[in-house]
Design a protein around this ligand. Structure first.
Ligand code: AMP
Length: 280
């Protein structure tokens, strides 16, 4: 399938209005490009839910801090279009900065709750305000019925779900399980930064999460299990931002053994920051 490329808000609105006139439902898949099978999995899930899928590609400057990788974030429009076409995305919205942040733009969505859980927010303070602002705009601009988000970015999924609910945005946010490499490493656009040996080492994050989850299920205290996962990762050369057991819904620190729990981790391997999470 050859997806329709929509390079402006006006082009997007023409397409989605036509879908509405035909009585079609549609799902949006927000991405920053560098498309891999994690993203195309969201497209496939969107196709199961809705008549049409629109993928958005926008490397959002507002969610990068000055010292982060905005300038070198991988970009490959031609490859992205090909992969998204193969996955069956009906349209691709490629807004320019003028569509998202025109001159004089001065509004930011301000968040609490899961956005202040002390995980990503602690290490990337402006990240979720940037994400929420661009995602709110994409929800409003597309007017989609469904939004597909990966569990890979678990805190982001909870933040965006909460925001849509709190602001009465008429869209259903749907979380999709993480797509992994054969050995278990979570697919990520940032994996291309890893050297060959780092790629081998990177798997330790997932392995240690799985191991900690097994231990918690076997009765070990979540804090004990996550602390020892942290120590193991540090001994392997990771700079660990956090490994934490959280309530799977609120992201608060669990108070009871029988709460639904999620193990969430972020760690640096050399110059690359990796994140992952799994259910307990
Ligand atoms: P990104 O372009 O990396 O910001 O991600 C765009 C969307 O794809 C987000 O909803 C991510 O959670 C999702 N995503 C990224 N990697 C994966 C993966 N390995 N499995 C499932 N979803 C993913």
């Amino acid at each position: 399938m050859k997806p329709k490329l929509l390079r402006s808000l006006a082009a997007l609105r023409r397409e989605t209005s036509a879908w509405r006139r035909e009585g079609l439902t549609y799902a949006v898949v927000p991405t920053m490009g560098a498309i891999h099978s994690g993203h195309t999995g969201l497209v496939a899930a969107g196709r199961e839910r809705a008549d049409r899928v629109i993928t958005t590609i926008f490397v959002n400057p507002k969610q990068f801090a000055a010292n982060e990788d905005l300038g070198k974030y991988p970009r490959d429009e031609e490859g992205d279009v090909r992969k998204l076409g193969k996955a069956g995305s009906h349209a691709i919205y490629l807004p320019g900065p003028q569509d998202m942040y025109p001159q004089g733009f001065s509004t930011t969505v301000s968040l609490a709750g899961p956005a202040k859980a002390g995980l990503e927010d602690k290490f990337r303070p402006q990240f979720f305000d940037g994400v929420a602002t661009v995602v709110a705009k994409l929800f409003i601009q597309t007017g989609a019925d469904y939004a597909m988000f990966g569990e890979k970015d678990y805190q982001q999924l909870k933040v965006v779900t909460r925001m849509a609910k709190d602001l009465d945005l008429p869209i259903e946010v749907i979380g999709i399980p993480t797509v992994r490499e054969e050995d278990g490493l979570a697919k990520s656009s940032r994996n291309v930064y890893l050297s060959k040996s780092e790629r081998q080492q990177a798997l330790a994050i997932y392995r240690n999460l799985v191991n900690a989850a097994d231990r918690i299920r076997a009765g070990v205290n979540p804090q004990t299990a996550t602390r020892s996962a942290t120590r193991t990762l540090m001994a392997l050369g990771f700079k660990v931002d956090y490994v934490s057991a959280r309530n799977a819904e609120t992201l608060a620190i669990p108070q009871h053994r029988d709460e639904p729990m999620r193990l969430i981790a972020a760690a640096w391997l050399g110059k690359t920051r990796l994140i992952d999470n799994i259910p307990v």
